[in-house]
Design a binder for this molecule. Sequence first.
Ligand SMILES: Cc1cc2nc3c(=O)[nH]c(=O)nc-3n(C[C@H](O)[C@H](O)[C@H](O)COP(=O)(O)O)c2cc1C
Length: 193
Amino acid sequence: MKYNLTEIVELIKDRRTIYPETFGPRKVHKEQLELMLEAANWAPTHGHTEPWRFKVFSDGALISLMSELAEIYKEITPTEKFVQSKYDRLFKRAEQASFVVALCMKRHDHTKITELDEIMAVAASVQNMALVATAYGVGTFWSTGSIQAERLKTYLHLEEKDRCLGFLYVGYPEGEWPNGKRNIWLNKVEWNQ
Ligand SMILES: Cc1cc2nc3c(=O)[nH]c(=O)nc-3n(C[C@H](O)[C@H](O)[C@H](O)COP(=O)(O)O)c2cc1C
């Protein structure tokens, strides 16, 4: 056996979505985020396009990002569906998260690779980040709110065919590491012989 399978499978099962509201005051180090980003770069990539692009926000830039996300939420939400606490929550997240990473996809002009493949490659890279974070005891939350908004693309300086696939909030949870829940894997598998 090349690696410790028991530990690896435990790590995979232990990766949790951990909301910024449960992050404590302990800050994640830049070096930890760097290892997460390095691991992200080793995701599989059809045609070696390596379409993942990450924009890291912290400190003042994070405050600006969260206020932009709050304004976008207000702008795209019909008045009757607007929830003030959701709007306020976005501002608070700037204080709760150590970093927020915009998860972007670079769409190359001359490529036969489908957009779906590029999106899947970015998703795989995000999972790599989350697994490294889990090994540190660091929590991550992948949020996809407001990512369709044109205004967000402008804010992130994305080109026409690029996409933002969400935001990864990174921070140390204060309390207990949450338990996960899944339906049995056997019921999702069809064996063909
Ligand atoms: C692509 C993607 C987008 C997600 N977006 C959101 C989101 O916008 N809001 C949210 O509360 N959770 C979001 N999640 C997290 C899921 O709610 C979470 O993965 C699920 O509840 C299972 O929990 P676990 O990650 O702890 O196993 C997203 C997850 C994925 C993979």
